[in-house]
Design a protein around this ligand. Structure first.
Ligand code: GDP
Ligand code: IMO
Ligand code: MG
Length: 421
């Protein structure tokens, strides 16, 4: 019996999960997404080409692998079709290689509208969602009123749709939200027909069969630990469990089947959307991180807020996920920095703590440890031994503080710009 290795984000998303899944895929027979939906944007670069994946696992570019969209995912047929057709046009036909769990939930056009309506109703307290209908779709799942991918095979599909839509329209009316559904609805039904061309599976049986046959499986997370609905900075979170436990419920595997847990983080921090961010920088350094790191959302194009690495939050994420190997991304962005800071504690109302507090609001002052910058171009380096001493000190400090080895270091967006220790 093999195990499922899990790769997940330890910060507020956009850590570089797509790139690393692509790099690790040759070691696996199958790659499976376990939660989230088209709110994700996972970027991969190789051979001078760049791809952004939203719902489709990042294992599709490494030939001959099975890719699975798990039951924990929420799928928008329209965006799925856009994504799959664009890939097919660029020579990556997914038919026969991509399987979709029948238990994954469907994002309806009215879910997108409810997302927009809920945000508008929140006024100044809005979350800054991606607008993809994620919250309303998971709400329906938990309320036991949602639609699943398997429903598209049912003779009463249109009836089920009609019932769910009628309920959504009531909600939209009570939120005074005006909309025009006709065009989106037509596209949605066409896209549902397209979805039928893929293999719809009982993902839990498929994955457990693969494991029983000794096949290694990689589970790909979306978003990040600090956006987890239970452990993130609630309510400024997404609506799924982004943490390791989410891989069990999102794929149908037992906790004892989890193998390595790869925790991925940037050498600094970013966040897109509203919500607390203790180490956020509002100065020139923050702007530099944003510009040099091209920190703009892959899905929405929104500016990502930037700040120093936060070890309080990182240690919390390592604990919740049981991370066994760390993967550090984007160190090259700080190549020219004189000084680099890491927050090692918070001061809250004059008291120092190394715990991630219940409510992280405006009163937190990070306590920093300063590091001398490495001031050299890391992008050309391919062996750990060749890194400058200042950089190794930075990495080894993180290892010492978290108690977890940094096994992979990424020094650029390309597949090749990766050092495995
Ligand atoms: P994901 O959502 O976790 O897959 O991450 P995104 O793709 O949204 O954001 C990561 C961005 O950083 C993408 O544009 C990547 O191409 C880029 N990237 C990944 N690793 C590195 C790296 O080591 N250095 C630099 N400069 N860019 C990177
Ligand atoms: P990947 O997988 C970064 C953020 C949104 C918002 C909050 C809730 O690319 O790392 P939602 O649409 O999920 O209801 O929005 O979560 N968010 C992300 N931020 N990366 C993501 O995905 C995100 N997915 C959602 O900006 O603050
Ligand atoms: Mg992303």
């Amino acid at each position: 019996m093999n195990k499922v290795d899990v790769i997940l984000g330890l910060q507020w998303g956009d850590e570089g999960k797509g790139k690393v899944v692509d790099v690790l895929t040759p070691n696996y027979q199958a790659v499976a997404r376990f939660q989230g939906g088209p709110n994700a944007g996972h970027t991969l670069e190789f051979n001078g080409e760049k791809y952004v994946l939203r719902s489709i696992p990042s294992g599709i570019f490494q030939g001959g692998k099975t890719n699975i969209i798990g039951n924990g995912v929420v799928l928008d047929p329209i965006l799925f079709r856009d994504e799959a057709e664009a890939l097919a046009r660029s020579g990556h036909d997914l038919k026969g290689r991509l399987q979709i769990s029948r238990k994954a939930h469907l994002i309806l056009p009215t879910h997108r509208m409810l997302d927009a309506a809920n945000e508008a109703a929140k006024g100044g307290a809005r979350i800054g969602t991606t607008g993809k209908g994620i919250g309303p779709t998971y709400t329906d799942k938990i309320s036991r009123t949602g639609m699943r991918v398997g429903d598209i095979q049912s003779p009463s599909f249109r009836e089920i749709y009609g019932r769910v839509k009628a309920r959504h329209e009531l909600q939209l009316r009570s939120l005074n939200y005006t909309y025009d559904l006709a065009d989106l609805e037509r596209q949605w039904f066409e896209a549902v027909e397209y979805l039928k061309e893929f293999r719809l599976i009982d993902g839990e049986y498929e994955i457990n069969r693969l494991l029983a046959e000794g096949a290694p499986v990689l589970a790909e997370g979306a978003q990040g630990t600090l956006l987890d609905v239970d452990f993130g900075s609630y309510p400024f979170v997404t609506s799924s469990n982004t943490v390791c436990a989410g891989a069990c419920t999102g794929l149908g595997i037992a906790p004892s089947r989890i193998g390595e847990v790869y925790g991925i983080f940037k050498a600094y921090c970013t966040r897109v959307g509203a919500g607390p961010f203790p180490t956020e920088l509002f100065d020139r350094t923050g702007k530099l991180l944003q510009e040099l790191g091209h920190e703009y959302g892959a899905v929405t194009g929104r500016e990502r807020r930037c700040g120093w690495l936060d070890l309080v939050a990182l240690k919390y994420a390592v604990m919740i996920n049981g991370v066994t190997q760390l993967i550090m991304m984007k160190s090259d962005v700080m190549n020219d920095f004189e000084t680099i800071r890491i927050a090692t504690a918070y001061e809250i109302d004059g008291r120092r703590t190394d715990r991630f507090p219940y409510g992280i609001d405006g009163h937190i002052t990070p306590v920093y440890t300063d590091f001398e910058g490495w001031k050299c171009d890391l992008r050309k380096i391919r062996n750990y031994a060749d890194f400058p001493a200042q950089f190794k000190k930075y990495v080894e400090f993180i290892e010492m503080e978290t108690g977890v080895p940094v096994k992979i270091i990424s020094v650029g967006p390309d597949r090749e710009e990766t050092i495995v220790r």
